[in-house]
Design a protein around this ligand. Structure first.
Ligand SMILES: [Fe+2]
Length: 294
């Protein structure tokens, strides 16, 4: 929204939905106040049928919106299992079969909400010029690329290095306007503890579970004189397996990092059902984020 001398964009960032979405959420965002909505992915739970149901509700949004596919979007339960559990890795190429058509179905269900990955969009929400750079889809975090067979077929990406090169080329395509990154999982380099913003909380060994390609892309952008205002992602739920809380946001080298994955995002607070999102306020000079339960 434009207000006063400084133009500011009000962007709603919705963390991993995991089915916690209904028409009341649509009504809230259609009620005004937002220039753009960014969904960090994982609309679905473990079945694509229910994920598409969420998507058909999202299509009623009248605010411009985009969504990067998460590791739960377009993957059936066996495929997800084969990506997650090392003992099942040998099945993961077989289970990739059909991912393209599952993603296309999701895309159709989303209507005007853009399902987007490895892309750059030049927008001006609220009159603030921005390059939105959208990262690798279906990220599962850690060192391995998930869904390699599908990424190769759909995007020509067959390795972490190829992904880094693609993200750098997207940055090269940006104009002088500042950059905002949208990803499913956040970048590596922000902590190696289980409760770091993108730390691994599901293995005995605590480690950095961020995406290396995204970290390298950010370094590249910063090193080339680009102004990166913020990176918004999710995937690693804010409440860790041991019940600790990750930071919802961190600042590093002038970039604001937001992990929007408050799961479940529908919660009863003092007897009333509340809905979570992050309100990101962006000017050409910087970004701030605030958690809201409405
Ligand atoms: Fe995820």
């Amino acid at each position: 929204m434009n207000g006063g001398a400084t133009q500011a964009a009000t962007i709603g960032v919705v963390g991993d939905v995991h089915l916690f979405w209904d028409d009341k959420d649509v009504g809230f965002f259609n009620g005004g106040g937002y220039d753009l909505l960014l969904f960090v992915g994982d609309l679905a739970g473990y079945t694509q049928v229910r994920g598409r149901r969420v998507a058909r509700s999202l299509r009623k949004l009248r605010v411009p919106a985009m969504c990067i596919p998460g590791n739960h979007d377009g993957l059936h339960a066996f495929q997800l299992g084969s990506e997650i559990f090392p003992r099942a890795h040998r099945f993961r190429n077989a289970f990739c079969q059909g991912q393209g058509s599952r993603c296309r179905s999701l895309d159709r269900a989303l209507g005007g909400v853009e399902l987007i990955a490895y892309s750059r969009r030049r927008l001006a929400p609220g009159g603030v010029p921005l390059n939105i750079v959208v990262g690798r889809p279906h990220s599962i975090g850690g060192r391995r690329l998930a869904c390699t067979r599908y990424l190769a077929k759909q995007y020509g990406i067959d390795s972490m290095d190829a992904s880094i090169a693609r993200l750098k080329s997207l940055i090269d395509a940006c104009d002088d306007a500042p950059i905002l990154f949208l990803a499913h999982n956040g970048p590596s380099g922000l902590g190696d503890r289980a409760d770091s913003i993108w730390g691994c909380d599901f293995r005995r060994k605590e480690e950095d579970w961020g995406d290396r390609d995204l970290e390298e892309a950010l370094e590249y952008a910063n090193g080339n004189g680009r102004r990166v205002l913020a990176t918004v992602a999710g995937h690693m739920h804010r409440k860790t397996k041991s019940g600790k809380r990750r930071p919802a946001q961190v600042q590093k080298d002038g970039v604001l990092y937001v992990n929007a994955a408050e799961v479940p995002r529908h919660r009863k607070i003092n007897g009333t059902k509340k809905r979570h999102h992050v309100r990101l306020t962006v000017t050409s000079g910087g970004a701030t984020a605030e958690d809201l339960w409405v």
